[in-house]
Write a protein of this length. Structure first.
Length: 135
C-alpha cells in the first residue's frame, strides 16, 4: 500500500495542500489465470485465515491430458500452500489440456500467486467501477 501526495498546478483546491491518494499495488509475475484472490473458492483457508499472500512455482510434466509428475520449484514456505498450489495448477492445466490437447510430453513451470487479502480481485474491481458509475 502506498500513499501518494499529488498537487495539480492548475486546480486551486489542491495547488496548496495537494490530494492524498491511496494506491494498492501488488507486483506479481504470475499470469492472470494463476493469480488466486481471496474471493476465489480455491484460495486456501491457511492463506485466508492469515490474510497473507504467497507465491511459488510448480513444475509439471504432462502428456496430452495426463499429468505425469509435479514438483515445487519455488516454495511458498508453507506445506499447505505448496499443496494447494500444485492442486490449483494441476486442475487448471488439465482443463486447458482437455480443451486444447497438445501432442508429446511437455515439462513446464507455472508461477502462481495467492494474492494478499487487501488486493481486490478483478471481480471486485468491476463491482466497484459499476457502483461508482451508477445505474
Amino acid at each position: 500500500l502506498a500513499l501518494l501526495k499529488w498537487r495539480h498546478p492548475n486546480q486551486p483546491e489542491c495547488a496548496e495542500s495537494g490530494v492524498t491518494v491511496a494506491v494498492t499495488y501488488v507486483y506479481t509475475w504470475a499470469p492472470d489465470a494463476l493469480q488466486i484472490y481471496a474471493d476465489d473458492p480455491e484460495y486456501p483457508e491457511a492463506a485466508r485465515a492469515k490474510s497473507m499472500g504467497a507465491a511459488g512455482v510448480v513444475e509439471i510434466n504432462y502428456d496430452r491430458d495426463e499429468i505425469n509428475s509435479t514438483r515445487i520449484m519455488v516454495s511458498t514456505n508453507s506445506p499447505e500452500l505448496d499443496d494447494a498450489m500444485i492442486k490449483i495448477v494441476s486442475n487448471r492445466l488439465l482443463a486447458e489440456m482437455r480443451a486444447k490437447p497438445r501432442p508429446g510430453t511437455v515439462t513446464q513451470d507455472f508461477p502462481l500467486m495467492f494474492m494478499p487479502s487487501f488486493a481486490a480481485s478483478p471481480a471486485q474491481h468491476r463491482a466497484r467501477q459499476a457502483a461508482a458509475s451508477g445505474p
